[in-house]
Design a protein around this ligand. Structure first.
Ligand code: SAM
Length: 496
């Protein structure tokens, strides 16, 4: 249900009573003089397109859902909205209305066509709103006349974008954040809520500046970073890891993840995040000179590349259920001599007949299973909005089938590394235990002595991992405790 114009959830006046929410919104030109995009001086306000006939209603204003990236960005010019904010609004709408990934959308043609500064601002807005969404809502919802009211989607999104900029982007002038949010609501079918958006954002700004809100609405029992996660997630992490660790995970998830903290960049490898590389290096170090290697959930192929560089003489098979992902991986690998000889095969690892297709007898298998991804929320902020507790048993059942089938492909004495980027024991320890019941003759080996053979870890990282990343024979990194995303890796060996 959308908010009706008459019954819109108007913000309550502040205690000062100075704000008159019934007045029409006055939209100032946030960037001062407007310049054509080609020579616009850009800053964190986003570059400004040439001022068009602002009095005319933009084409977007007639559509409830933005029609396309290009037309939205064009239409934004007429509605006094910077291309960066228009693009961010469009991407966030798509993420909330479909299964699209923010990362893919941020690399779309329309975004690539923006200036570098606009691209940076678009990225900051999209990832920032997705990371902070739950906390932004917790800040502004109590300011609505009816906090539980269902807002028009465009009004809600405009509010989130506005509150995020006011609270988190110091270099964005408040008037730009405020006025363009109002325009975004107006241009996307929520003109009736423009006054409410204006009023709420002015109140957030006022309360932020006076810090009165830090003692009232903005202050919460949990930290803002924890509040930016679903309560069920924080509660289960608190039960599993304890309060101090959860606080570190939550903080880590709210910023750009660090890079090259554990490893120095290696020109022989493609760009790969430290946590993924750690898992791949662990697998590579698990067997001295493997003849046949299987990477059984391989796409997009970052870990396959590490295996190929570390074992140039091995026959490597990379399998994945997704033809499309494997195809993209194949094209990338063909361009690199280190990976050109990797064989790719489309295979559903949950199907028992996969074993015949792949031929058993691998000395080394990496089973980097599909998972909830709760260790990667800094990189994939929308996961927190999509994942439900009920998804975990479903993930675990699929992981158990994939792992059991992969174990059956091991040669006698062969080693399999099972990994996920999930923090949830149901997808990690419990899956390993279940698959070891399904397949006879498998035992778990300690991951730590193998990790100690990884050559390229920095001495500090090696020390930090030794101190806190090994539990119950497995490797487990926790965001914020280690300087990388959260990964789990268990080493399993088939007895002779
Ligand atoms: C975590 S990702 C793998 C990431 C990859 N190892 C890397 O480092 O680039 C999991 C992969 O498993 C694949 N997958 C999902 N279900 C599968 C199945 N039943 N059999 C094989 N692959 C599957 C997905 O398509 C996805 O590419």
């Amino acid at each position: 249900m959308t908010q009706s114009p008459r019954k819109s959830a108007f913000g309550k006046p502040s205690s000062s009573g100075k704000q008159d929410f019934t007045k029409p919104v006055i939209v100032a030109n946030p960037a001062g003089s407007m310049k054509p995009r080609s020579n616009a001086a850009t800053n964190t306000q986003g570059s400004r397109p040439a001022a068009a006939a602002a009095s005319k209603q933009s084409p977007v204003a007639r559509a409830a859902v933005p029609p396309s990236e290009a037309s939205l960005i064009r239409a934004a010019a007429a509605a006094k909205i910077s291309p960066a904010r228009a693009a961010a609004f469009h991407i966030l709408s798509k993420v909330s209305n479909s299964a699209s990934h923010s990362d893919d959308l941020l690399h779309s043609l329309a975004v690539n066509a923006l200036s570098a500064e606009d691209r940076n601002l678009t990225t900051a807005l999209v990832l920032g709103v997705l990371r902070w969404q739950l906390h932004l809502d917790a800040v502004m919802r109590p300011m609505l006349q009816r906090p539980d009211a269902e807002l028009h989607p465009a009004a809600l999104l405009a509010l989130r974008l506005g509150v995020f900029q006011l609270l988190h982007l110091d270099r964005v002038p408040p008037h730009a954040a405020l006025n363009e949010s109002v325009e975004l609501a107006r241009a996307n079918g929520a003109a009736h809520a423009a006054g409410m958006v204006n009023a709420i954002l002015r109140r957030v700004l006022r309360e932020k500046t006076t810090e009165a809100a830090n003692r009232s609405t903005l202050a919460v029992a949990v930290t803002p970073a924890e509040q930016a996660h679903p309560a069920w997630m924080i509660a289960r992490w608190r039960a599993n890891f304890g309060g101090a660790t959860v606080r570190r995970i939550a903080e880590y998830d709210q910023a750009e993840p660090p890079s090259h903290e554990l490893f120095n960049a290696d020109p022989a490898l493609p760009e790969i995040d430290d946590g993924s590389r750690l898992v791949a290096e662990l697998a590579a170090a698990a067997v001295g000179l493997p003849k046949r290697i299987l990477d059984c959930c391989a796409a997009p192929g970052g870990k396959t590349a590490v295996l190929a560089v570390r074992h140039p003489d091995a026959e490597i098979v990379a399998a994945d259920i997704s033809d499309k992902r494997l195809d993209a991986m194949r094209k990338r690998m063909d361009r690199d001599p280190a990976t050109a000889s990797v064989k790719t095969i489309v295979a559903d690892m949950t199907a028992p007949q996969t074993a015949h297709m792949l031929r058993e007898g691998f000395d080394l298998i990496l089973c980097d299973a599909p998972c909830s991804g709760t260790g990667t929320l800094a990189r994939n902020p929308e996961i927190r909005h999509r994942l439900r507790p009920s998804d975990l048993p479903r993930q675990a059942e699929r992981q158990r089938q994939i792992l059991a089938n992969a174990l059956r492909l091991l040669a006698p004495g062969g080693i399999l590394v099972y990994s996920t980027c999930s923090l949830e024991p149901e997808e990690n320890e419990a899956v390993v235990a279940a698959a070891m019941q399904d397949v006879e003759g498998i035992e778990q080996s300690a991951a730590q002595p193998i990790a100690e053979r990884i050559a390229d870890l920095s001495p500090e990282a090696a020390e930090q991992l030794a101190a806190s990343a090994f539990a119950d024979a497995a490797l487990r990194t926790l965001p914020g405790t280690q300087a990388c995303d959260g990964f789990y890796a268990a080493v399993l060996q088939r007895k002779n």
